[in-house]
Design a protein around this ligand. Sequence first.
Ligand code: ADP
Ligand code: MG
Length: 468
Amino acid sequence: VWNNCLAFIQDNIQPQAFKTWFEPIKPVKLSENSLSIQVPSKFFYEWLEEHYVKLLKVSLTKELGENAKLIYIIKMENTYGNKEPFTERIPSSNRSQQVAPQELEVAIKSKNPELKNPFVIPGIRNIKIESQLNPNYSFDNFLEGDSNRLARSAGMAVANKPGGTSFNPLLVFGGVGLGKTHLAHAIGVDIKDKYPERTVLYISAEKFTQQYIESVKKNTRNDFIHFYQLIDVLIIDDVQFLSGKSGTQDVFFHIFNHLHQNGKQVILTSDKAPVDMQDIEQRLLSRFKWGLSAELQTPDYETRVSILKNKLFRDGVEIPDDIVDHVARNIKTNIRELEGAIISLIAQSSFNKKEVTLELAQQVVEKFVKNTKREVSIDYIQKVVSDYFEMDVATLQSKTRKRHIVQARQLAMFFAKKFTKASLASIGSQIGKRDHATVLHACKTVDNLAETDKQFKKYIDDLSKKFS
Ligand code: ADP
Ligand code: MG
């Protein structure tokens, strides 16, 4: 049957096109009036549907009659080392209007009204994809300055044509409090505005990791991957969080490839440029470099003043220029702190019914500059350690004797001893209700392993950086 179809098609199109688009197709199965064919990729399938659907229909109808059906089977590229390549069956959209779970992708392509907002994924669970965007973070209130011009305008270009620029992925990097999250949201908000039908998702790398861990636990890893492959614009904030998390990196690599191949936009933020990222797999780093990496630098004085003035203006508060100037001159490296100082200044003045004086401003600024170091808590330590090992806190605290979990637990105890003032007994009771002897033993074990086990030493060094 297929050969007859091919003969017909060959007669009707250019030889080159035939070679490119029809020779690679493998007929797989014929049952009654439906023929299954295997195509090499989703892109391939989409191309066929877009350009040759009529031809296919005519040729197939000639062979199988009016009720002929064509089923595409897409052979997925096996990108992340799974043993068995998995295939996905997609019935031809022009023949079937019913939406079954596996037909999802096609339904979206054919703009099935049932699948428009609210966006529901059938077959997986009923999840609405809410974009998780914060409408308060817009381009309008992301003030432009030399420090952010490149990143801001690249962001705007991406928002105008998501997936349609060479900035894919767009990676925005820079230090704490310089506007990465704000800009990432602004791009998403603008896209939602211009292209309301596209699915946009903002998610922190941390939350992404948690979802992934959860999916492994619940045996729904494939659903997890599938879910992310449906998104048109994926924004992942703080990808440095994926450092050392090979499971999550693996799954992200797979999702990234899929989205990229299908012309979907990926936007990433990170605290470092790709070249400086540590413990991120090479293949992912090289993907990060495909598009554009744009840095958010520390804002210069003029930008700091305009950010402050804009903030005051939006809040309807007036403050004398010399005070704004004082704040802008003294808080230089972090826009969040800059805003924090001015908010606290306003709050204090209204609280004490005092006028905002330069003296008050000096006090507030001084406190801000001093107060940047925060105390670590045992909860925080447990969270960081379990994140680092891609497990959840409950697992870390559990009674299991599995080696890697025991080690994670011992490390948490060790850091709690080192970085908090808590007693051994109190540490023990907070980390899964253990006694002080267990904590003491843990600290000794960690000390010993630090000297004898290189890999373990690296864990300690990596984690120490997160607490000091
Ligand atoms: P990061 O994610 O890089 O740590 P954020 O995006 O959270 O930083 O920004 C910190 C604060 O500074 C936010 O309140 C944000 O609105 C503000 N901010 C950052 N850059 C700008 C800018 N160019 N104009 C106005 N506000 C900004
Ligand atoms: Mg941020």
